[in-house]
Design a protein around this ligand. Structure first.
Ligand code: SF4
Length: 457
C-alpha cells in the first residue's frame, strides 16, 4: 500500500529588489536544506524560486545584453526597473526587481494545490520589499493559509519583519530548529527526524534536485566562523563554529557528480581553510587522487593567512576556478582594530604561493571593503593600488551595516540615513556610512577598480 502524501508546503525564495544584483551562484541554501529535511519528514514540497534563471519566462526576458549567462553557472537575473522606495528617490540609480515576473509567480502558485502553509525565506535585510511582495501575493492566491517568514532579514530585523512583512509568523534563527512547533500546530504532524542544527553531517543534502534543478551545487562544509570581525554578523547567524567530516563532504560531492553530473561546486563556508590539515586538505587530496573533473568556486572570501605553498598547490590541482580573498584594506591599523586577520606582508606571500602553484594574476580576486563608518576614500584607493601591486585583482565589497554586528552602533551613529529605523537604508549601494561621501567619488573608485583589473572604463 502506498503511503499517503504528507501535508503540502510551499517554499518561496523571493525577489531581490535593489539597485544592482548579479547571479554569483546565488541559491537559498538554508531553504534548500529545510526543504530536504521537510521531505524526509514526509511533507510534500513545492518550491517557487523567484530568482530562477531556467524558467521559460526568464529565457524569454533575457534578450540582448541581458541574456548573458556567464561561465560556471553565473550570470544575469531578469531585471525589471520599478519605482524606488520612498526615501531613496534622490539616489541617481535605477531600482529594479530581479527575478521572474509577478505574473509567472502567480501562475506558479495557482498551479499548486492549496498548501497547509507557505514558508518564505529572506536574505539581505534591505531586500525586504521583494519579500513583502512575495508574501502579499501568496496571501492573495491562498487566502487563509498561514505564511511563515524566516531567513537572514527575519533573524536580524525580527521586530521590523513582525510589524511590516504581513507574515503570520516570523522565525528568528535557523529554520530547521525553530519551525517544528509551528508546523505541528498548523498541520498536526510531528516530525520524526530533526537534525541537530550544528552538525551538518546528519542533514540530508540540500534539495538542489527540486523541479527546476541547478547547474551547480553550493556546498557548506562548516557553519559559523571562529573570527569576530567588527563589520560581520556571522556569529549572530551561527554562534558556534563547527566543521563537517571531510569524508562526509566528499560523499556529497560524489553524490551530486555521479547522480546529477554536477561539475561546478561553490563553497558557501565563512571559514573554509580553517583547520586546513584535517579539513580541506583531505577533501582536495582525494579529489585530485580520484581525478574528479569538477570545478570549485569561492565567492565567499578565503582567509589569506591560511594560504601556504601546499594549500595553494591543492587549490590549483583540485580545480578552483574562482577564488576570492578577504583582504578588506591595506590599512593595517584598521585590521588590528576590526578583525585581526591580516598582517603586513600576508597578501604578497599568499599571492606568491598561488602564482607558483599555477594561478594567473587575473584569477586571484581580492575583496576590498569600502564605505566603512568614517572610512576615507583615499584608504580605499590606496588599497586598490596595493592589491594590484601585490599581483591580485581588486574587487570592491561595499560595506552594508548589519544589525547585531560589533560595528553596528558606530554605523548607526555615522550613517547619513536612519539605518536602524528602516533596513532599506542598510543597502550597500548607498554607502550609508562612508566618511567623505559623494556619487562622483564612488564612480571614480569604481573606475579605478576596473582599470586595475584591465577592464574598459
Ligand atoms: S568577515 Fe569573514 S572572517 Fe570575519 S567574522 Fe565574518 S565570516 Fe568570519
Amino acid at each position: 500500500m502506498q503511503a499517503m502524501p504528507g501535508p503540502r508546503l510551499v517554499l518561496i525564495n523571493p525577489w531581490i529588489y535593489d539597485f544592482a544584483a548579479y547571479d554569483l551562484w546565488a541559491k537559498p541554501l538554508g531553504l534548500l536544506y529545510l526543504a530536504a529535511i521537510l521531505r524526509e519528514n514526509g511533507f510534500t514540497i513545492d518550491f517557487i524560486d523567484c530568482l530562477a534563471t531556467r524558467h521559460p519566462e526568464i529565457s524569454k526576458g533575457l534578450k540582448g545584453e541581458r541574456s548573458k549567462r556567464r561561465k560556471f553557472g553565473t550570470g544575469n537575473f531578469l531585471r525589471t526597473p520599478i519605482p524606488k522606495p520612498a526615501g531613496l528617490k534622490d539616489v541617481p540609480k535605477t531600482y529594479s526587481r530581479y527575478g521572474i515576473t509577478p505574473e509567472e509567480f502567480r501562475a506558479g502558485l495557482k498551479a499548486i494545490e492549496r498548501p497547509a502553509a507557505v514558508l518564505v525565506t529572506s536574505l539581505m535585510t534591505y531586500w525586504y520589499p521583494g519579500v513583502f511582495e512575495a508574501i502579499r501575493l501568496a496571501k492573495e492566491i491562498f487566502p487563509g493559509v498561514p505564511v511563515i517568514l524566516g531567513g537572514i532579514y527575519a533573524t536580524l530585523c525580527t521586530d521590523h519583519a513582525q510589524e511590516h512583512s504581513g507574515a503570520d509568523f516570523v522565525l528568528s534563527g535557523p529554520g530547521e530548529e525553530t519551525v517544528w512547533p509551528l508546523l505541528k500546530d498548523i498541520t498536526g504532524c510531528a516530525p520524526a527526524f530533526i537534525p541537530k542544527a550544528q552538525t551538518l553531517d546528519d542533514h540530508p543534502y540540500p534539495a538542489f534536485n527540486l523541479p527546476g534543478g541547478s547547474d551547480y551545487v553550493c556546498l557548506l562544509t562548516s557553519r559559523g566562523c571562529p573570527f569576530r570581525c567588527a563589520y560581520c554578523a556571522s556569529h549572530k547567524l551561527a554562534p558556534l563554529f563547527t566543521q563537517r567530516a571531510p569524508e562526509a563532504v566528499l560523499r556529497e560531492i560524489y553524490y551530486w557528480y555521479h547522480k546529477y553530473h554536477i561539475q561546478d561546486f561553490t563553497f558557501y563556508d565563512d571559514a573554509l581553510l580553517i583547520n586546513k590539515k584535517v579539513h580541506i586538505w583531505p577533501i582536495l587530496e582525494e579529489v585530485i587522487r580520484e581525478k574528479l573533473p569538477v570545478r570549485f568556486h569561492t565567492p565567499n572570501a578565503l582567509h589569506i593567512r591560511e594560504i601556504d605553498d601546499y594549500t595553494a598547490y591543492l587549490l590549483f590541482r583540485a580545480g578552483f576556478k574562482t577564488i576570492r580573498f578577504g583582504f578588506e584594506t591595506a590599512n593595517m591599523a584598521r585590521h588590528r582594530d576590526m578583525d585581526g586577520k591580516i598582517c603586513e606582508g600576508d597578501l604578497m606571500q599568499a599571492i606568491k604561493y598561488l602564482r607558483q602553484a599555477g594561478f594567473e594574476a587575473k584569477e586571484i580576486g581580492v575583496y576590498i571593503l569600502s564605505g566603512l563608518p568614517g572610512q576615507e576614500w583615499r584608504e580605499v584607493a590606496y588599497s586598490i593600488d596595493y592589491v594590484k601591486a601585490a599581483g591580485g585583482m581588486p574587487y570592491l565589497a561595499e560595506y552594508s551595516p548589519i544589525p547585531g554586528s560589533p560595528l553596528w552602533p558606530k554605523a548607526v551613529e555615522t550613517a547619513r540615513f536612519p539605518i536602524a529605523a528602516d533596513p532599506i537604508y542598510q543597502n550597500n549601494s548607498l554607502f550609508p556610512c562612508a566618511g567623505d561621501f559623494s556619487w562622483e567619488t564612488v564612480q571614480r573608485i569604481k573606475m579605478q577598480v576596473r582599470a586595475a583589473r584591465g577592464l574598459s572604463c
